[in-house]
Design a protein. Structure first.
Length: 275
């Protein structure tokens, strides 16, 4: 099926989630307002935030001012480490709702697999059962963390969001395969490597061939792998450019060439070594 900016995936509970979304990490406080408006104008409908990002209030303001109906949007937030545990998670969730100026979330994630993750997951299950959130999931969970939830709880995470790009793709293949086998959708954050790898020679030669930027090639690579992809930018031009990835398709040969870029590069912690 041909991909468009309106393309969705069906999560394991039947909820539809956009394939392309807008990440907001490091868009702090008021600096988030204009980028959110630009993203919505460019056609993004998935907005990804977190308590830790300290921008939920401003995202709520930008969404309200956009006048886009709430049901047309897919809003994700995450519970931070210091809010983990059953009661603290419920409280943190309600605070996120208030800041975002909404009465429900489309997806709520555990941000990192910390020691209280099981109590936190119980809270997420309650929020889901109480219809306060349409789907629940995790972020940065390794295989053993996912197994723990699957073996001990009724609800399987709908999504595992983690750092994913060609420069750690080989290292994450087992995790990707495990998620797919368990019907957990993979969501790629930092798909553009925070700009650190945009001058890679393989990417540059492929992007030249399609008359696209290396950022557009990275997003297209992620989408063609079936990942949910949430690039972030504070630039209006880059936000528009990152959404303009639906008028070309990477060939199988080019996909394989990008797949085999192996640099063992990652921006954030490898949680496969965590308890």
């Amino acid at each position: 099926m041909e991909l468009t900016i309106d393309s969705t995936v069906e999560l394991n509970n039947g909820i539809k989630m956009p394939r392309l979304g807008f990440g907001t990490w490091k868009l702090k406080r008021k600096s988030a307002i204009n980028p959110i408006k630009w993203a919505l104008d460019a056609g993004y409908r998935l907005i990804d935030t977190a308590t830790f990002y300290k921008n939920e209030k401003y995202i709520g303001k930008a969404i309200k001012e956009s006048e886009i109906p709430r049901e047309a949007l897919f809003i994700t937030s995450k519970v931070w480490d210091t809010d983990q545990g059953f009661n603290k998670t419920l409280k943190a969730f309600n605070e996120s709702l208030k800041k975002l100026n909404t009465d429900y979330l489309d997806l709520y994630l555990i941000h990192w697999p910390r020691k209280l993750r099981n109590e936190t997951w119980k809270a997420l299950e309650k929020l889901y059962e109480d219809d306060k959130v349409k789907s629940i999931g995790v972020a940065n969970f390794a295989i053993h963390h996912l197994k723990e939830i699957i073996e001990n709880f009724e609800i399987i995470p709908a999504v595992n969001q983690f750092e994913l790009h060609p420069f750690n793709f080989v290292d994450e293949k087992d995790l990707i395969e495990f998620c797919r086998a368990k019907e957990i959708h993979v969501e790629a954050y930092s798909p553009l490597t925070h700009g650190r790898k945009l001058n890679n020679s393989t990417l540059k030669s492929i992007s030249d061939k399609y008359d696209k930027s290396t950022a557009q090639v990275l997003i297209r690579w992620s989408l063609q792998h079936g990942f949910i992809c949430i690039p972030k930018s504070g630039s209006e031009n880059h936000i528009k450019e990152n959404a303009n990835v639906f008028d070309f398709e990477l060939s199988e040969k080019d996909m394989k060439e990008i797949d085999t870029i192996k640099e063992n590069f990652r921006l954030l912690d490898d949680t496969s070594k965590w308890d």
